[in-house]
Ligand binder design. Sequence first.
Ligand SMILES: Cc1ncc(COP(=O)(O)O)c(C=O)c1O
Length: 328
Amino acid sequence: MISKRVQGFTESVIREMTRVNNQYGGVNLAQGMPNFAPPKELLQAAHRAIDGDFHQYAITWGTPQLRKAIADKYLKFYGIEVDPERHVTVCCGSTETMLSTLLAVLNPGDEVIIFEPFYENYGPGCIISAAEPVFVPLEPPDFSFDPDRLAKAVGPRTRAIIFNSPNNPTGKVFTRQELQLIADLCLKHDLLAITDEIYEHIIFDGQTHTPIATLPGMAERTVTISGISKSYSVTGWRVGYAVASPEISLGIRRAHDFVTVGAPHPLQEAAVTALTLPDSYYVWLRETYQAKRDLLRAHRSRRLRRLQAPRRLLHPHRRRPLPPALPL
Ligand SMILES: Cc1ncc(COP(=O)(O)O)c(C=O)c1O
């Protein structure tokens, strides 16, 4: 009864974990679901928008105010000149932005290189677009990739490389050198870079995030995707966006128009407030996540040390078969 296209899709693993977690009251590290309240200015802006006159469809590719705020953000954080009229498309979350992008740029039979592990929607997104995903691993401990393996993955049907930096689930931030390797391949083989930068403000240990679109020659061949879900703790609002060349933006807008028509109008209005929060907000965000990450890591290291300790050092009550070591 269901199409061949969706027959192979299983329930999303991360979203299933959230459901199971809610059932048992665990600590949910599976889904990128912030557990803090959105900034109060943002909530107030949403209330004002609901009380205001923003109840009908907005322009399908995003309200002018939000597209302007997105353009201002790219200039402020990364020095990228973005024209809100021609380069920006607002969609229902970065997830729909990715799907509309894939529908816009892929033809049946195209191949798309995806670094794994990856946010699981990319695979089905390629399949819905009748393209084939080809996977290249990010290798522990630092989750770098083998440049030869990446180069060998490029074939005559390759159209794009998708990657996510900062990366879910590894936390890896692609280095400037790695970005240059990807850019060189894109330029050599006429490929697109499609980047999911939804975690751009959640970054540890003083690292910095560099959008690949800032590398020479890459602005025209990159679709930079992000959204407000994670940075402002509003995953349920469903507001995301793409920045791309005018030609690609036109394609994304066309696909998006027929997929969802538009993102929620009042929440686009409120999203302007999110994107214009002061710098101190991002400092707070980074420091809060860093403290949580450090706490978790310290706890895990202690636990690992206990698990790996020679048995004679263990207290008598622990003299039983050790559980398997935790996966790193
Ligand atoms: C890497 C990555 N991209 C995108 C998303 C979804 O973002 P959005 O809420 O904007 O669709 C997630 C959610 O977990 C994610 O981890």
